[in-house]
Design a protein. Sequence first.
Length: 399
Amino acid sequence: MNATYRDRFHIPKSTGGSDCVYLCGHSLGLQPKTVRTYIAQELEDWELLGVEGHFRARHPWVNYNQLLAAQTARLVGAGPLEVISMNSLTVNLHLMVVSFYRPTRQRHRIVVEEHAFPSDQYALKSQIAFHGFDPAESLVAVAGEEELAELLHRQGESVALVLFGGINYSSGRAFDMPRITRAAHAKGCFVGFDLAHAAGNIVLHLHDWDVDFAAWCTYKYLNGGPGSIGGCFVHERHAQNESLPRLAGWWGHDPATRFRMVPDFAPAIGAAGWQVSNPPVIALAALRASMDLFDEAGIDQLRAQSIHLTGYLESSLAPHAGGSFIIATPSDPQRRGAQLSLRLRRPVDAVCEELRARGIICDWRAPDILRVAPAPLYNTAEDIDRFVDAFLTAAVDRT
Ligand SMILES: Cc1ncc(COP(=O)(O)O)c(C=O)c1O
């Protein structure tokens, strides 16, 4: 499986012309070779048809989003009506929070995971302030599931929304999403997940877990390209819930009457009803190329391969851990995805640069975390051997 899919990606070259060791799918996934064809088809239809392409393109643009619905649903464990490709991640989080955060004086808190990605913190603080509450009081961070359960037990009635990452961007820790959802619902809170580091990485069952909403980006494990279009999930039980406030726009209007240009908004059923603008077809085409690959490979098989690869990375590093670095990601494969986060003693930016000079691409996050993620679609055990060899030289503290 490994070799079959690797050949279907462009692997960046090092200065010597050989394949880089690319372990950065947690940041920007590689380009599937079919992306060019998928985009070229839309460029050609635009060239030949102009505006007529909306209805007469090989894949009519008005319905282009539907081409992605089934694959996206399979990928995140949802029904096709529960998912939509739109905007980008933080924008989608804002749209979701507008609907699922309706604070009152009694219930105004949002609980996030400790060290949540800064964009989430900015978005949530701005939403809290928008409602006239004080972010210093209303945004609460907890270390994980245990601490969340304790907080909910003690003060659950003050919590309006729980918004966790599926996998934390820095530690690589995967959270127990079904448990978080059950605990939050038991106290009457809505629950959403930022799946930036989980979508296309681990197996998700968003519908069965009963999650209210989720949002993710597609430029990481999903290989949609830089700044690619985001994904969003809204549980079926909210599909026609018109009591939820939302920020509306014409593309979220019921497609049956969208072009009647009526002044009153009637939302499309399901996640599509949260769309605001008409989607960028070129971006959707790039994403579709990758989603077709995911569908062909199957997320269950990819995850099995991923557990194997990351386990191999861990077992290659573990005997050397302790002095120059520690592995900061949980060792239980169920509590992590593809990424291992290595906390270094040497300055992490310098180590990253040395690795890059040797054709090895990973990245770092302040203050001291090197992030390394073998992506099962294109990474091999040989990539891991090359990384470990170079890393053990670069990471050694020379002071
Ligand atoms: C966990 C997480 N949340 C949010 C974001 C922000 O994404 P965007 O810039 O697409 O809104 C990122 C970006 O890497 C992320 O990793």
